[in-house]
Design a protein around this ligand. Structure first.
Ligand code: FES
Length: 105
């Protein structure tokens, strides 16, 4: 059963937002008008990534950053390009948009 997360416009361009659905922590990033959804779990130690509520990106907003040890992940595919889990990746989550609303599938 798809779960509604938010409206597409609730996430400003270049920003991120965290959610919890039935105990599953996840987050979304909007970049270049595209949305990317990942499980909120660092492949290094399995912790949540954000340093503060809804803050998942590095200072430039170009990469996802784990606040624990600074691993950096590409926004578009979750691939870790630097840090202790380099070569691993965040887990993307399936979602759909319907009438401007974002649903976790
Ligand atoms: S727990 Fe994320 S980089 Fe170590």
């Amino acid at each position: 059963m798809p779960t509604e997360l938010c409206h597409f416009n609730d996430i400003p361009e270049g920003e991120s937002k965290g959610f919890t659905v039935d105990g599953l922590a996840l987050f979304a990033v909007k970049k270049d008008a595209e949305l990317y959804l990942y499980k909120n779990e660092c492949p290094h130690l399995g912790v949540n990534l954000e340093w503060q509520e809804d803050q998942f990106l590095d200072l430039d907003g170009d990469l996802i950053e784990c606040s624990m040890h600074g691993a950096l992940f590409q926004i578009t595919d979750g691939h870790c390009i630097a840090g202790p889990c380099q070569g691993e990746a965040l887990q993307p989550l399936p979602w759909k948009m319907d009438d401007g609303r974002v649903y976790l599938l």
